[in-house]
Design a protein around this ligand. Sequence first.
Ligand SMILES: Cc1ncc(COP(=O)(O)O)c(C=O)c1O
Length: 510
Amino acid sequence: MLSRRFGGLLEPLCRVSTLPDLKAQILSLTREYARQAHGAHRPAADPDRTPWQSGSPIPYAGRVFTEDEVEAAVSATLDFWLTLGSEGAAMERELAAFLGVRHSLLVNSGSSANLVAIAALTSPKLPKERRIQPGDEVITVAAGFPTTVAPIVQVGAVPVFIDADPITGNARCDQLELAYSPGKTKAVMMAHALGNPFDLSATLAFCRQYNLWLVEDNCDALGCSYSMPRQLAESLGFTQNSPGLDEGLDRVVRWTGTWGDLSTQSFYPPHHLTMGEGGAVNIVSDQKLKVIAESFRDWGRDCWCPSGVDNTCNKRFGWQLGELPEGYDHKYTYSHLGYNLKPLDPQAAIGRVQLRRLPEFIEARKQNWETLRRGLAAHEDVLEFALPTHATAWHPEQGFSWDSSGCRTICSWFGFKIAVKPDAPFSRTDLAQELDRNLIGNRMLFGGNLLRQPAFVQLRHDNAQALRVVGDMVGSDEIMASTLFLGTYPGLTSAMLAVEVEAIQAFICQ
Ligand SMILES: Cc1ncc(COP(=O)(O)O)c(C=O)c1O
């Protein structure tokens, strides 16, 4: 039965003699298996994609892959290096090259990436006045995903919450100044919400004024770009476009994740590319931050040898650090209280194939957002749709109009955010339940106002000084009460999107 299904491919297996031949046969069979087993996970635009059956669930997100990813995973598994190795090193180089940053370090999740990024800023190797020490403050935003904030607490710092804007879903950067505490504020760490860049020009100006670190949680925003007039960009220290981006001589345009000091990615399946579990810390320009972040990722060690390599520094037995004896093995010298947060090499092999698809995935996310926006445009009386930061309106013909800042955002949307207006005859929960009845995947904007989550209520209850809140959180509360999002992922076919639009229209017009 099996050999019939694979058209006799199994038979030559018994006859091959060399290992490379054997591997090639296995990979050929693997591709055939993946083609037959996973047709429904191909990109929506792929002609070999298994057609979506009307009435089947429409996920909000998921893995999008072909036999290429499965082959890469099996090939790396057969090689059985397992821990981060040549595939990992290649993916780190390729991701850094795509973004145009100095280094990318792979980790096992976006949450780990956030932990490594903020932990790196606690290093004693940094100048004393910039190092985050226990009790120092890090400004963040109340609405979003919990592990943008939890690592701030986990390294002993105090998160200071500003509010979010219900239209963009992003931080209200006009509150940054209010959140500043001289001598205590050391960093700003916040996410580009649902693939919508936050106001980078205001945030960077604030960080430059007070000499603060900026950590961009770019987990939901790989492929978003942000541009500003050249003069403004240069005043903030940026002269170069990101690779592949260009808006003319008068402007500087860069990917999100390349404006701060450090940025983070998640490669969990709903994100812009996937390795199953995985993430990355991007070090934008400072080599010292790379060495420190790598140390926190890799047990806290001082040595930076890749796994399986012994003497990269050429003085393995030539160091004297801490109170260790002269010449103590550098491989076992620890300068930080670190973790071990590396992913596996086969995961990186998958990620490398996904990275090659990224431009196509980014485009699909934009198109899917546009399709939903056009499809639901007649319902602006009851539904409020997201606007990119700096946009003032969306027009079906002209697209977005922009504010007078001169800054622009191009969104690589993680989701299609919809808020139910206060005077609508139904609630957000009614809409979510209707979507559920229609098997249409929908999600809240993660934790909503995080301050209302049990973990943060408990944190404050245990120690009133563990966090600080600036002003009321009306925007974050509004997001929590009225917002949900639909998917924009590249597995959504036009038939699926049409069903989503029809279901929402039917619900509104009933
Ligand atoms: C903004 C943001 N940051 C961090 C994370 C955590 O990523 P991971 O699930 O890979 O730990 C997520 C997860 O979706 C996220 O949305």
